[in-house]
Design a protein around this ligand. Structure first.
Ligand code: DX5
Ligand code: ZN
Length: 216
């Protein structure tokens, strides 16, 4: 049986009570914490920088899965690693030298990931698979939480699963209603913002996912 993971996305947490929110999902038994970094340029929204990641690092032992939705991410991988990121994912559309950036992330001791926006063909990631720890398939347009899941993106997950031994993550619009689809396509990690932090009872929210995981 493979290990399937649930990574709540902090974007839907209550930022005025960040430490409590993190402890809540950690106690509820999630596997990692997904942190959405946005620069107001690669995507229209602005969110979290290394300063906040280092504050988060102090309150949890969970792996920090940092999703960089920023232009030229190579400029910042060192800072995010120093802040405590365990997995660092860049967008293939945002970096000129993808290979060099992946190698840099690994040299810093983190796991290296590439993410694809919905319009980016899956073929673009294939040349990098041998250097990659994590492939993150976006199932919404990056920028905001709470959008609808795009089922067509699961075709990308299937192609990746047939060629890639590393971790495949699906991010955007995931809930108990479509988790099965993502896992059937071959995902190992489900990122869920509103479906976890948007619910009052996080134990129940994560339990619902775990019930679906048992089928795989
Ligand atoms: C979107 C982010 C996602 C998002 C997920 O740009 O990458 O991680 O916060 O939130 P939900 O699960 O609400 O779509
Ligand atoms: Zn994300």
């Amino acid at each position: 049986m493979k290990k399937i993971m649930i990574a709540p996305s902090l974007l839907s947490a209550d930022f005025s009570r960040l430490a409590e929110e993190i402890r809540d999902v950690e106690k509820a038994g999630c596997d990692a914490l997904h942190i959405d970094v946005m620069d107001g340029h690669f995507v229209p929204n602005l969110t979290i920088g290394p300063l906040v990641v280092s504050a988060i690092r102090k309150v949890t032992k969970l792996p920090l899965d940092v999703h960089l939705m920023i232009d030229a991410p190579s400029r910042y991988v060192g800072e995010f690693r120093k802040a405590g990121a365990d997995w660092i994912t860049i967008h293939i559309e945002a970096e000129n030298d993808v290979l060099k950036t992946l190698q840099e992330i690994k040299k810093l001791g983190a796991k290296a990931g590439i993410s694809l926006r919905p319009k980016t063909p899956v073929e673009t990631i294939l040349p990098y698979l041998s250097e990659l720890d994590l492939a993150l398939v976006m199932s919404v347009e990056p920028g905001f939480g709470g959008q609808s899941f795009m089922p067509d993106m699961m075709a990308k997950v299937k192609v990746l699963r047939s060629k890639f031994q590393g971790l495949i993550s699906v991010d955007g619009g995931i809930g108990a209603g479509n988790a099965f689809q993502a896992l059937e396509a071959g995902a190992d990690i489900l990122v869920a913002g509103s479906a976890v932090f948007g619910k009052a009872d996080r134990v129940k929210a994560i339990q619902e996912f775990r019930e679906i995981f048992k089928k795989f």
